[in-house]
Design a protein. Structure first.
Length: 314
């Protein structure tokens, strides 16, 4: 068999594996009290996610990727890859300096990862031509399937449908993470880009998108509730919406009462999943820890979600 055939078969196997993953956890980056990365805690979190069958996304906004140095970013990816987990690992590519992003992809191409999450460049608000050039450059650099990330609340723009129509046929363009929070926007992408697997980037939207061709979720909530969130997605995709909306709407509201990942890190500290709730500036756990009502809401939701999980088991 030719080398090119082997490479094509390997990529097809990658796509099959990642396409079977209905839940990707946008993993937090645990930190010590002094702000250094807590690699011992990182290993424990990654192993816990893998035990529930959840794919792992590293260094996104939930992982405070842009607040880490380039050496810290690489160390985080190497740490999780070294665990040889039985779930796929997706690495975020974010920022707006294209040469830096291409270098980052080249470094990660050498590691045991499965996919990339390609973010719309922040701050710059490029037009259609600029976005097509941006994503094609990243897709060309990648040795792995890529998920395109639409997150206007952080990037400042919605990726035009015309851009996605143009790049969806690229051999490395596998999926889209849609986090506009707007059902019509999601449906428009799904309608015009049938070659892409569509994932929600909003925890609360999964039941509402189940009939719109959704393949799964890239989740913040799964950090605190890895088993419960997996069950939540399973039930939503199976059309079992009636027991999801009240409790999960409240849960998501509690986890996003201030900027993410502040609440989820505080909750994980309260439930002994993290040694410290430390975040990198400009984010701070003080947004929550100095508010007794916010803390009470988090703990109440943790109890309610765990009760829901017990009751929802098949």
């Amino acid at each position: 068999m030719k080398h090119t055939d082997l490479a094509a078969n390997s990529q097809n196997l990658q796509k099959q594996t990642i396409s079977e993953t209905i839940l990707w956890t946008a993993l937090v980056t645990p930190m010590l009290l002094n702000g250094d990365v807590d690699f011992v805690a990182l290993e424990k979190l990654a192993i816990q996610q893998a035990s529930e069958g959840n794919g792992i996304t590293l260094l996104g906004s939930t992982g405070e990727g842009l607040a880490l140095t380039s050496s810290e970013q690489l160390a985080v990816v190497k740490c999780v890859c070294a665990l040889s987990l039985n779930v796929p690992i997706m690495v975020s590519v974010g920022g707006y300096n294209l040469p830096n992003q291409l270098t980052w992809i080249s470094q990660c191409n050498e590691l045991a990862i499965s996919a990339y999450l390609l973010t719309c460049p922040i701050y710059s608000k490029p037009g259609k031509v600029g976005l097509i050039q941006w994503f094609n450059a990243l897709l060309n650099q990648s040795n792995h399937p890529c998920m395109i990330y639409n997150v206007p609340s952080r990037s400042g723009i919605n990726i035009p449908v015309e851009v996605m129509k143009e790049i969806q046929s690229h051999k490395n363009c596998w999926a889209m993470k849609e986090a506009s929070g707007d059902i019509d926007t999601f449906k428009s992408y799904a309608q015009h880009c049938p070659e892409l697997a569509m994932y929600s980037g909003e925890d609360a939207m999964v039941p509402h998108l189940a009939d719109a061709g959704i393949k799964g979720l890239v989740s913040v909530a799964a950090n605190a509730w890895p088993a419960a969130t997996h069950r939540y997605v399973e039930m939503a995709l199976a059309g079992q919406h009636q027991t999801l909306l009240p409790v999960w709407d409240k849960a998501v509201e509690a986890l996003f009462q201030v900027a993410s990942p502040i609440p989820v890190k505080v909750l994980m500290h309260l439930t002994n999943m993290l040694n410290y709730p430390t975040l990198r500036a400009p984010l701070t756990e003080l947004e929550i820890t100095e508010n007794p009502f916010a803390l009470k809401a988090l703990m109440a939701m943790d109890i309610e979600i765990n009760q829901w999980l017990e009751q929802s088991q098949p």
